[in-house]
Write a protein of this length. Structure first.
Ligand SMILES: Nc1ncnc2c1ncn2[C@@H]1O[C@H](COP(=O)(O)OP(=O)(O)OP(=O)(O)O)[C@@H](O)[C@H]1O
Length: 379
């Protein structure tokens, strides 16, 4: 992809702190106007990547480009980016307008007062806070304070907005509302958003592209459904969404149509990612919602006894003890009108579509050891 259609590019970027390698050499590119989420467990290097884009950290090796320009010599305040933090970092003694205008005055000292007032009002309107300008920060709720932080970051009209776990301090309901608002805002403004989160639901629901990191490496970059449906390795399958892992052995490796013998002796078809010769140990991922539960027929197949049922409103989660395989989790839509509601103690037959099982070499349990994590440029 031509660099003018890219907003952010990492070329061989790495970061070491003494003996700690926070980010291994990475090539990575984000097109203009994308909403990308950096997702991964604590310590995987998400924030370090974000801070290198913002200019708050210098890469140990490689180049960070924004809008095609190398940022090596460009200080944070001169980059076309702005950052929103988890802790809003507002000035408590300023009113809302003064907090928003502060960033503008720093970067554009020559703007007239009326222009500053106009842009501040515009930014507050963008985050649904029109008319709140004269309030003091302590007179606002947590969600409103985060909106002020957002307005302050947007008032400079950056081409990239960096969001470091911006919703982590909000309660669940407010977080969900803000997720939708942030998505709408990003679409309206058309600027690139880079969101750091360790919350996989947040990453899947908000972004166009999810970049999954583990141990300082990018392990997968793709659309949310791609990440969920076709995880690149066992780590991604485990980290993104819930899944059951079944131990198995490769009988025949036909790639998309491999035969796997499970620990209970049953053979199933699976898509095998990452290779595996006959006899190799694999881990088979089967998502809870892929399991269909039916009345036990006594036929030889997969079956078990329901040990627990957790009612979640529109769905219910069942823990099913399956001889030879352990406990499997299944999710089913709740239908109160059903007369044959499944309950703990019931015997059930378990079935799934042939395309559902995904097998991964057991070695994928650990981070794949590669020198460079290279990902395709998105189109
Ligand atoms: N200033 C620093 N000095 C030394 N080590 C650091 C520094 N900043 C980060 N690290 C280390 O680099 C690694 C990556 O940290 P980073 O903050 O990027 O992870 P993260 O994925 O954002 O984690 P979290 O979700 O917990 O914020 C960690 O092992 C961390 O301890």
């Amino acid at each position: 992809m031509a660099s003018e259609t890219l907003d952010i590019e990492f070329r061989g970027v790495s970061k070491r702190y003494g003996d700690v390698t926070a980010v291994h050499p990475t090539d990575f590119a984000v097109p203009k106007g994308a909403f990308i989420a950096l997702l991964g467990p604590s310590g995987c290097g998400k924030t370090t990547c974000l801070r290198m884009i913002g200019g708050f950290e210098q890469p140990t090796t490689g180049q960070v480009l924004i809008g095609g320009a190398d940022m090596a010599e460009v200080p944070p305040y001169r980059r076309p980016v702005n950052m929103v933090f988890q802790h809003y970092a507002l000035f408590p003694h300023f009113d809302v307008s003064a907090n928003v205008a502060y960033g503008l005055r720093q970067v554009r000292p020559r703007l007239t007062s009326s222009e500053i007032a106009r842009r501040t009002a515009d930014a507050l309107a963008m985050v649904q806070l029109a008319g709140f300008g004269k309030r003091k920060v302590h007179e606002l709720s947590g969600g409103q304070q985060q909106r002020v932080a957002l307005a302050r970051a947007l008032v400079n009209r950056p081409s990239v907005l960096l969001l470091d776990e911006p919703l982590a301090a909000l309660d669940k309901k407010l977080r969900t509302d803000m997720q939708i608002e942030l998505q709408n805002l990003q679409r309206e403004l058309g600027i690139t958003f880079v969101l750091v989160t360790h919350d996989q639901e947040e990453a899947l629901s908000m972004s166009d592209v999810v970049c999954v990191m583990n141990g300082g490496r990018i392990v997968q970059l793709g659309a949310p459904d791609e990440i969920y449906d076709r995880p690149a390795d066992r780590f991604v399958a485990a980290f993104v969404g819930k899944t059951n892992f079944l131990d198995g052995t490769v009988v025949e490796n036909g790639g998309n149509a491999a035969r796997i013998r499970l620990a209970n002796g049953m053979e199933i078809g699976a898509r095998l990612t990452g290779g595996g010769a006959p006899g190799a140990a694999v881990s088979v991922s089967l998502r809870p919602e892929a399991l269909r539960l039916g009345a036990a027929t006594g036929e030889t197949g997969l079956g078990g006894i329901i040990r627990n049922r957790i009612f979640l409103g529109s769905t219910a989660e069942y823990a099913i003890e399956v001889p030879g395989l352990g406990t499997l989790l299944a999710t089913a839509d709740h239908d109160a009108a059903r007369s044959d509601l499944l309950r703990p103690g019931d015997e059930v037959a378990i079935s799934f579509n042939p395309g559902a099982p995904l097998a991964f070499p057991v070695a994928d349990n650990k981070t794949t050891q590669r020198e460079t994590s290279h990902v395709e440029v998105l189109s």
